[in-house]
Design a protein around this ligand. Structure first.
Ligand SMILES: Cc1cc2nc3c(=O)[nH]c(=O)nc-3n(C[C@H](O)[C@H](O)[C@H](O)COP(=O)(O)OP(=O)(O)OC[C@H]3O[C@@H](n4cnc5c(N)ncnc54)[C@H](O)[C@@H]3O)c2cc1C
Length: 435
């Protein structure tokens, strides 16, 4: 016997939970079930924003996203705006406040309040939240869907996973039948929270293509040893990513040196460009300007002014007034320029070599920390395969897709959650209206 419901939501993360909530509010008569492979819901929300959950941003535009058509992204974002997001969470008892770069966080500064509010609202609305249910197959049968579900399925991160042989077809194992299915399985980032890419395979089996996924918002691993002694140092830089065939991408922000390479917001934002070029086997380099905003002339002028105002200051100390002292020391050592000479004593040739190095410091990227450390997945189901007015599949009517499973990835700052909330809202309108 199969459980029959009006709407089955596969994946109860940010996008799946809110789709369920919005749909249940719009159509209280519907039976809605949300099936999730994880034993505990909300794991990714709990670790988001350093445990504080950066829910959205005061200003969200298509320029903050990559992947599918900006026109579609704009349309989806404008259907459920930042103001609506703020009002929705306020209504759930989660007021938000603005921080640096327009990021909005809960006043509680605890992601737990976000998860509790969403789960509480889902429960109030009578949504059936079923955990430990991994959807392994979805088959369309006339005007309904049949889902094969492995119960108690092993999900990395569960304390005591119960291994079961997953059904290999929709007619095996525990079955659910639904008139509408929403795929909200996320991508591949942080797989221990449950998003292991199985949603991509479910979508493909229902006729969808897949823009090849790569990690995004992920730290870089560097070769060599330059970064090692700098571990823990943070500085403002401008990164330039040069990929064959593309215009150079320049990004400014904080870089954090680590024992494995580099991290920090500007690095995370750069990672998708590096990964996409690598995926397409295009040559790609990354360099950092330690004097962001300066061109060669401006940077050289700064050094000359320093040498005039403080002629006896050692080169290392002079440089330490412009960039972190440990980075200044490491740069001079790497260039083989004596740290103890004064700026005034520095030969013109060495000064120019130093300026050039400060503006174009190569970062020898060999890879990234991968999906286990990526905040988001680039690539996914192409937006062109959906109706942007409803998020309904053009390949498989009755199927809806929301959140990170789609070929949309935002930069750091609350944009990925806003995509989850907005796409959920659009899908919920259509799902709830369905006869
Ligand atoms: C460390 C970290 C920090 C982040 N911080 C922020 C932030 O502060 N602000 C921001 O905007 N974004 C942030 N993000 C990104 C954001 O969390 C995601 O973009 C967002 O959670 C995606 O929501 P989703 O519902 O589409 O997917 P997910 O949250 O990944 O949820 C997918 C759900 O589907 C379930 N699932 C998968 N496959 C199956 C299956 N076959 N059967 C049943 N269930 C399945 C999973 O168990 C999971 O619960 C962060 C991400 C990480 C990893």
């Amino acid at each position: 016997m199969a459980d029959a419901v009006d709407v089955a939501i596969v994946g109860a993360g940010a996008a799946g939970l809110t789709t369920a909530i919005f749909a249940a509010r719009l159509n209280p008569n519907f039976t809605i079930v949300a099936l999730d492979s994880a034993q505990r819901l909300g794991a990714k929300i709990l670790v988001s924003g350093g445990g504080r959950c950066n829910i959205t941003n005061v200003r969200v535009t298509p320029a903050d996203f990559f992947g599918g058509s900006p026109h579609v992204v704009r349309r989806v974002l404008s259907a459920f705006t930042v103001d609506q997001t703020v009002a929705f969470f306020r209504e759930l008892g989660v007021p938000l406040h603005v921080e640096d770069d327009g990021k909005l966080f809960p006043d509680s500064n605890r992601a737990r309040t976000v998860v509790d509010a969403l789960l509480g609202e889902a429960e109030r609305l009578g949504i059936r939240l079923l955990t430990g249910r991994r959807v392994t197959a979805i088959a369309r049968d006339g005007d309904q869907f049949e889902m094969g579900v492995a119960e108690g399925a092993a999900v990395v991160g569960d304390a005591h996973p119960t291994p079961t042989r997953p059904p290999t077809s929709a007619s095996e194992g525990r079955r659910y039948v639904a008139r509408r299915v929403v795929l909200a399985t996320g991508g591949l980032s942080l797989p221990k929270t449950g998003s292991d890419g199985s949603g991509h395979r479910l979508a493909q089996a229902l006729g969808h293509a897949l823009v090849p996924p790569t990690p995004a918002l992920v730290p870089f691993v560097l070769s060599g040893d330059f970064h090692r002694p700098l571990s823990g140092v943070s500085q403002d830089v401008e990164l330039t990513i040069r990929a064959a065939g593309d215009k150079p991408v320049r990004l400014r922000g904080a870089l954090l040196w680590t024992h494995f390479g580099v991290s920090g917001p500007v690095v995370l934002n750069a990672s998708r460009f590096w990964h996409r070029a690598e995926l397409e086997q295009r040559s790609v380099t990354v360099s950092a300007s330690f004097l962001p905003g300066d061109d060669f002339a401006a940077a050289e002028r700064r050094l000359l002014e320093l040498s005039q105002s403080q002629p006896r200051l050692s080169l290392q100390h002079a440089l330490g007034t412009l960039i972190p002292a440990r980075v200044a020391e490491a740069v001079l050592q790497e260039l083989g320029i004596a740290a103890g000479v004064s700026l005034a004593q520095l030969a013109r040739e060495s000064r120019r070599r130093l300026v050039h190095a400060l503006l174009e410091w190569p970062l020898p990227v060999t890879g990234s920390r991968g999906y286990n450390h990526a905040e988001v997945t680039a690539g996914g189901v192409p937006l062109a395969e959906l109706d942007p007015a409803t998020m309904e599949s053009r390949k498989c009517p009755g199927l809806f897709l929301v959140g990170e499973i789609l070929d949309v990835d935002g930069r750091i700052g609350g944009f990925n959650f806003q995509w989850a909330w907005s796409s959920a809202w659009v899908a919920a309108q259509a799902v709830a209206a369905a006869k």
